[in-house]
Design a binder for this molecule. Structure first.
Ligand code: ATP
Ligand code: MG
Length: 194
């Protein structure tokens, strides 16, 4: 039996980005199959967050071809935004709100409406093991609980397949990269999950 590879959900070829005269991304190629966890590893300042910002429409690349869920982030950013969720390097959790309120706020930002936002918040609190913490303000959460809430917030809009994280929590990381490049290079590591 032949198993065909899953279609890529993120494809980037020759991705380039400079800040002023500082070249940050020098022709990066990525192909991420659907249904996989993909880790982009590199030392501080390698350009990981820059790449995530480009793929998630926050900034534009200087060059290269990109398709995210079949859409070009530069020419069709709304379609890309509708298809993805993003959890950033720094937490988006509001410490003054409860876990549930943070999720409902995210639902409001997705225009889900109050009833659907509350429903979705309840589902995610359950899914992320935060039911008992849902009514407590996030300031009282442990680091791991806050990270789980942050990740759940990235899933409120029910993205097609993937939240992206710059610096994800350890349990979402793929296997250690063994691409054999030097530590100053990009080291993509992908693992299929079931
Ligand atoms: N808005 C900006 N203006 C100018 N330079 C920037 C900007 N954002 C990032 N840089 C520079 O681009 C380079 C790559 O930064 P980036 O944040 O993408 O790295 P990173 O791989 O995410 O690093 P870290 O592991 O520390 O999070 C760094 O040298 C950084 O100083
Ligand atoms: Mg970063």
């Amino acid at each position: 039996m032949t198993i065909s590879p899953a279609e890529p959900t993120i494809v980037a070829t020759g991705l380039r980005k400079s800040y002023g005269d500082q070249l940050v991304l020098d022709g990066i190629d990525l192909s991420v199959p659907k249904g996989t966890i993909f880790s982009l590893l590199g030392p501080n300042g390698a350009g990981k967050t820059t790449a995530v910002k480009i793929l998630s429409t926050l900034i534009r690349a200087d060059g290269g071809k990109i398709l995210v869920a079949g859409h070009d982030p530069a020419s069709d950013p709304d379609a890309v935004r509708a298809a993805i969720g993003v959890t950033g390097q720094f937490s988006a959790v509001d410490n003054l709100l409860t876990g549930e309120e943070n999720l409902v706020l995210m639902g409001d930002l997705h225009h889900l409406g109050r009833r659907r936002s509350r429903l979705r918040a309840g589902q995610l609190l359950d899914q992320f093991g935060l039911v008992n913490a849902g009514k407590k303000v996030a300031a009282t959460y442990s680091g791991g609980m806050r990270r789980r809430l942050d990740l759940a917030m990235g899933l409120v809009g029910q993205p097609r397949g993937f939240p992206w994280m710059s610096r994800p929590p350890a349990w979402t990381r793929g296997p250690a990269a063994t691409c054999g490049r030097s530590s100053a290079s990009w080291c993509p590591a992908a693992s299929r999950f079931s």
